[in-house]
Design a protein around this ligand. Structure first.
Ligand code: ADP
Ligand code: MG
Length: 402
């Protein structure tokens, strides 16, 4: 089933819950609606299902305008966060329910209902539990029963509204992977609502990022993460460090903040010693020289003035067009020995979380601002960085939103 949403608008009193929404979901696709709470995800899902009617625009299902189409005719299966199963019914009866309540003329014979229910239960790996009651299942198992129940009536479209929202992180992770595999098997057109970016990225073919009743970006997980179309998408999809910067006359982006460290011009003899001489092989000594030789010491002063090429001194912030600069934690370079070719920010390591392939560092700048860096555990070890150490960081990749 293909779904087209055209110019949908929805008001609740004075409040615009959806503003001119346009979206197309292809047959067999799994699309995630991702956005903060209140961004209009559930409202859009309910309009697609026919549970809510839009004030303007239309929903087109398989090429047919569906505004007048009843929920039942839309052939939709639902799974919600709290899709209460029938407590007094076994797992089997819960899944069979939608099939048993059909009018006699279209109802399947009992043995076929039985076959289909057992096939679905084996699909969600719960066939052994068919005669249990919901109270005898874990949260994750209950949501799998809810999914089997929604699939029993062979919907053409599956709508999932934060289906794993009430479960703990580990079970959520398992169910995500499991839903992904299930979708690869049965290829039912599905729309999955979540406010959890990791969940959206892991589960879906495409992500629709929503904010304040509008779509900010539609794209593959890779596109929305690596080519965010604006600051909101960038912000919503992960942690980041933010810096003040400027674009210089050559179009290059540079950091403009007061505590930025740049190797100041040093006496030529010393520079050549450091750069090309034997000293360069001993970064600790180079550092020590920088500390003791006036004019080579890292300038940690708050008054950030550096010599420009012409020799005139200008505050960094006034040397070009101001821009905001962003970098993800994994895009930060961390070192104890800064080089002359880059700008660095001196920081103190305040916390290290070494669990995982990437160690997570929390570092404080002189003004108290915290920066985050994720670096390979092997680099953390080889640099022997410990809590309390003074290190230098710089963004390797920056994103600029002007
Ligand atoms: P989400 O699912 O993204 O959290 P919703 O679609 O549930 O967002 O809600 C979007 C906005 O519309 C929210 O501010 C919510 O309070 C409001 N809203 C949703 N349903 C109603 C309703 N029936 N009456 C009034 N306001 C509503
Ligand atoms: Mg919601």
């Amino acid at each position: 089933m293909t779904i087209e949403v055209k110019n949908i608008g929805k008001q609740f009193g004075d409040f615009s819950a959806l503003k001119d929404i346009n979206l197309r979901v292809e047959k067999g696709e799994l699309v995630a609606l991702l956005g903060p709470s209140g961004s209009g995800k559930t409202t859009l899902l309910r309009i697609i299902a026919g549970l809510e009617s839009p004030d303007s625009g239309s929903v087109i299902i398989d090429g047919f305008e569906a505004n007048q189409m009843h929920v039942k005719e839309r052939n939709v299966g639902f799974v919600f966060q709290h899709y209460a199963l029938f407590k007094h019914m076994t797992v089997f009866d819960n899944v069979a329910f939608g099939l048993k309540v059909r009018p006699k003329a279209v109802r399947l014979p009992m043995h076929e209902i039985r076959e289909r229910v057992m096939a679905l239960l084996s699909l969600v790996h719960l066939d052994k539990f068919h005669d249990r009651y919901p109270s005898q299942l874990s949260g994750g198992q209950r949501q799998r029963v809810a999914l089997a129940r929604s699939l029993a009536v062979e919907p053409k479209l599956l709508l999932l509204d934060e289906p794993f929202g009430a479960l703990d992180a580990k079970v959520r992770g398992e169910l995500r992977r499991w839903l992904r595999r299930l979708h690869d098997d049965i290829h039912i057109t599905s729309i999955f609502v979540t406010h959890d970016q990791e969940e959206a990225m892991e589960v879906s073919d495409r992500v629709v990022v929503m904010n304040h009743g509008k779509i900010e970006q539609v794209g593959t997980p890779e596109q929305v993460y690596h080519q965010p179309s604006n600051g909101f998408v960038y912000d919503f999809l992960g942690n980041y460090n933010e810096f003040a910067g400027f674009r210089d006359d050559h179009g290059q982006v540079q950091l403009a903040e007061d505590d930025v460290w740049e190797a100041p011009p040093a006496p030529p003899s010393l520079v050549s010693n450091i750069r090309s001489g034997w000293l360069s092989r001993y970064p600790e000594i180079t550092q020590a020289i920088r500390r003791v030789v006036p004019g080579v010491a890292p300038s940690l002063k708050t008054e950030a003035v550096t010599a420009t090429k012409s020799g005139a001194k200008k505050p960094r912030s006034m040397r070009g067009t101001p821009v905001r600069v962003f970098a993800r934690p994994h895009e930060m370079f961390v070192t104890k020995t800064p080089d002359e070719d880059h700008q660095y920010i001196p920081v103190k390591v305040v916390h290290i979380n070494p669990a995982g392939a990437l160690a997570k560092l929390e570092m404080e700048r002189s003004g108290g601002v915290v920066l985050q860096a994720d670096i390979p555990k092997s680099i953390l070890d080889s640099l022997s960085i410990r809590r309390g150490d003074q290190v230098f960081v710089r963004p390797k990749n920056v994103r600029v939103f002007e």
